[in-house]
Ligand binder design. Sequence first.
Ligand code: HEC
Length: 107
Amino acid sequence: MIAAVVLTLLAAQTPQQFFDRKVAPILTRRCLPCHNNELDNAGLSFQKPATVQRVLVPGEPDQSRLIETLKHEGQVQMPPGIPLPKKEIEVLRQWVKQGAVFGTPLR
Ligand code: HEC
């Protein structure tokens, strides 16, 4: 599974394409309902990348609050309720590791 993610990354694609193909579907389905321009819980809207910068350390998933909340180990657990499948967490980790580059704005 992790090998599959790595292979995906090795395939020629820009960080923007990786965002559009792999990251955007996860954020749209799992996070956008509560973190959008109308409902921006904790001030975060995934439609406005600038608002998400404070919970990201580009290149450093282990220092990124966003990734920490996905582990469901601390007080703030995202998404609330059932944690994301490991595969999706791994995609978001890779995204942050690559620099947390956004692509096409989410709608
Ligand atoms: C059901 C609504 C809901 C969903 C879905 C949701 N969030 Fe949240 N999120 C919240 C609320 C409410 C808060 C503020 C709660 C708090 O601070 O305890 C929050 C806060 C956060 C924070 C800020 C934590 C902090 O300490 O500053 C992060 C990061 C975050 N969410 C990321 C995500 C990500 C990534 C997803 C998708 C995987 C997601 N959220 C999905 C409702 C949601």
